[in-house]
Design a protein around this ligand. Structure first.
Ligand SMILES: [Zn+2]
Length: 82
């Protein structure tokens, strides 16, 4: 899997989780409000977990740092292109 795909999937899951939780907070309380909160939290945790397991250098398999991940072009450990 390409690193751009990992970033797209991980950030999408986190964004969907935040949007679901915001909808649950902003709309008046209803029977589905806790379900929205749980789904949002699950999507958010899923995105974080996806990054935890997939945000690795494809060459040396070391976990890449989270800071500076948007503009990261080369692995900081082995120097190969991501
Ligand atoms: Zn590397």
């Amino acid at each position: 899997m390409k690193m751009s795909q990992v970033k797209a999937i991980g950030f999408s899951l986190i964004a969907v989780g935040i949007i679901l939780m915001l909808i649950a907070i902003l709309l008046p309380e209803n029977w589905w409000t806790p379900i929205l909160c749980i789904l949002g939290l699950a999507a958010n945790i899923g995105g974080q977990g996806f990054f935890f397991f997939k945000w690795k250098c494809p060459h040396c398999l070391s976990h890449l740092p989270a800071s500076g991940m948007l503009g990261m072009k080369h692995c900081p450990y082995c120097g190969n292109e991501l």
